[in-house]
Ligand binder design. Structure first.
Ligand code: G3I
Length: 315
């Protein structure tokens, strides 16, 4: 079978997966290296991972993933610089003035983006800035710095690596809805203000049988705004146990998402959030749900794998 990364390349797309550095060996490493053209560190580049104590940095896993990607001719999507979650305790428990927060954030972005300058194709600069109704999520950053934290983060990231594509990434923004429209309006205003913004990430943590009918239309409206689109964290969870009917529906869902990306030129990357069911976040977060990825827990390809291949023009 032709690897997914080659099928995607023939369509002008890059297919990726989230990975854990310590697992990049054996079958997991073989599949990550051969099937995918892009890697996203699932946790390794988050602030709590890279600076667990103030001024004490640990780049071990992030470096390992970047080196693996370079050795396998893969892109890296950096994930993520500004988020309300997975920040180190010293940061979240501190009490900071606005000026201090701005300095902390600028230093964090300059340090991390600067370290990997030239080796990261795209950064999820800002992650999950919106509530479901399209209002801004309250967070350390929003509360301390107001909405300007977004434009400033993008500007600082661009200064540290002018070649990296800069994204805003969120979930439940796959279809046309209040949240994706808020993201649309934000991107439009950032572009009007000349703020460096290159793309939007649609995470796509989906539920079986619930691919939004407006997915392609939504991707297209962002493309028409003049930004790239990436499907950044695709998975399709189901109530366990899996059975053949559910796996067939899941295959149809993966196929629909892949086809929507293939249909829009500016949809440049489609990344799954872990490629095997044994390496997925879903079961830990949604008890009773799982089997969300294209490979099963023994690394055997599922119907979803073949559906992605088919939507990418494979047989
Ligand atoms: O590192 C500790 C380890 O020392 C400890 O033994 C273990 C025991 O629970 O926990 C480990 O930390 C876990 C971490 O993943 C690393 O494996 C955390 O408990 C766990 O909560 C954390 O979950 C991550 C989650 O983000 C946290 O929000 C998932 O792996 C990661 O896949 C997930 O990814 C997010 C994206 O970044 C943003 N979009 C949503 C997506 C899914 O939640």
């Amino acid at each position: 079978d032709t690897p997914l990364r080659d099928l995607a390349a023939a369509k002008g797309k890059v297919i990726g997966t989230a990975v854990t550095g310590s697992k990049l060996t054996g079958t997991y490493g073989d599949l990550a290296g051969s099937q995918f053209g892009s890697l996203t560190p699932g946790n390794a580049m988050k602030w709590e991972s890279v600076e667990p104590a103030r001024g004490t940095f640990d780049w071990t896993e992030a470096d390992q993933i970047v080196a693996f990607a370079q050795a396998h001719g893969q892109q890296v999507r950096g994930h993520t610089l500004v988020w309300h979650n997975q920040n180190p305790g010293w940061l979240t428990n501190g009490s900071w003035t606005s000026a201090q927060l701005a300095t902390l954030l600028q230093d964090h972005i300059s340090t991390e983006v600067g370290r990997y300058k030239g080796r990261i194709a795209a950064w999820d600069v800002v992650n999950e800035p919106f509530n479901e109704d399209g209002t801004y999520r309250t967070s350390l950053w929003y509360n301390g710095l107001g909405t300007d934290y977004i434009a400033n983060a993008l500007t600082w990231a661009h200064a540290a690596d002018p070649a990296a594509k800069l994204y805003i990434n969120d979930y439940n923004v796959e279809g046309v809805n209040a949240k994706s429209t808020a993201l649309y309006n934000l991107v439009k205003s950032l572009k009007e203000r000349g703020v460096p913004i290159d793309g939007v990430g649609l995470q796509a943590h989906l539920i079986l049988g619930q691919v939004p009918s407006t997915l392609q239309q939504n991707i297209q409206r962002f493309a028409d705004l003049g930004v790239d689109v990436a499907i950044t964290e695709l998975d399709v969870r189901m109530a366990l146990p899996a059975d053949s009917a559910k796996l067939a529906q899941q295959a149809a869902d993966y196929k629909a998402v892949t086809a929507a990306c293939v249909a829009v030129t500016r949809c440049v990357n489609l990344t799954v959030w872990g490629f095997a069911d044994s390496d997925s976040w879903v079961e830990g977060t949604f008890p009773g749900y799982g089997a969300a990825t294209p490979y099963d827990a023994t690394y055997a390809p599922k119907p979803a794998y073949y559906a992605i291949a088919e939507a990418l023009g494979g047989t």
